[in-house]
Design a protein around this ligand. Structure first.
Ligand SMILES: Cc1cc2nc3c(=O)[nH]c(=O)nc-3n(C[C@H](O)[C@H](O)[C@H](O)COP(=O)(O)O)c2cc1C
Length: 203
């Protein structure tokens, strides 16, 4: 089965937004516990999922310059209940995952990220990439170097706060070899921007 329909995201958590902002921190040490599919669903939704329909189109959880939404989201799963090891593309419209590549690629992702080994010990990572031409076609070079990273930053902060609210932990990883991450994901015409490994905090 190459397509996994994710459980619908919830709209109520244990922590308030204010408590989540106050408790947010970067986490690099994770327990060996498997993640639940509901937790993965919630994390992907927070990063780039859909919200209510407005002005004849679906809203998204994070803003995007010009409403262009150049970001794409991948799940690198290693130890998640009901999601076999592999690289998946997240469809925000259908809230589902499409398998791109089977097997545990976490060690390759860690190596691509200049040997930041905590990536291979996290049960899963979200990788945010961008189709920069989408923003470039309207805003040119300025859009590429300003708006695309700003879009990713807004999205990643949602992932951080959602992790905190679920009593999980994550960290932005921006230090990596672009061409190696592209190889691990098997993408074309996309630039990787951030790796967000996540799991239960061990520290
Ligand atoms: C754009 C960006 C890139 C980052 N890249 C890395 C990274 O490659 N590896 C890492 O361990 N932390 C990385 N971090 C996390 C920062 O080190 C961390 O946010 C900072 O030390 C502050 O700690 P805090 O998030 O716990 O408040 C990055 C953060 C940002 C915003």
């Amino acid at each position: 089965m190459n397509k996994i329909i994710l459980p619908p995201p919830g709209e109520r958590g244990k922590l308030s937004l204010e408590e989540s902002i106050m408790a947010r921190r970067s986490v690099r040490y994770f327990t060996a516990d498997a993640l639940r599919i509901e937790e993965v669903s919630q994390m992907l939704w927070a990063g780039g999922g859909k919200t209510l329909e407005r002005e004849y189109r679906l809203g998204r959880t994070a803003p995007s310059a010009g409403g262009i939404y150049p970001l794409e989201y991948y799940l690198v799963a290693g130890n998640v209940d009901e999601i076999p090891e592999g690289v998946y593309h997240y469809s925000w419209k259908n809230h589902s995952l499409l398998l791109k590549k089977g097997g545990d690629v976490r060690p390759f992702l860690a190596r691509a990220a200049l040997n930041q080994h905590f990536i291979s010990r996290a049960p899963a990572s979200i990788v945010i990439t961008a189709v920069v031409e989408k923003t470039a076609s309207r805003y040119g070079r300025r859009g590429v170097y300003r708006y695309v990273p700003m879009d990713a930053g807004h999205s990643a902060q949602n992932v951080y706060l959602q992790a905190t609210a679920l009593e999980l932990g994550t960290v932005d990883v921006g230090a990596f070899d672009d061409s190696l991450v592209i190889k691990v994901l098997g993408v074309e015409r996309e630039e990787p921007l951030l790796i967000l490994p996540f799991g239960k905090p061990a520290d």
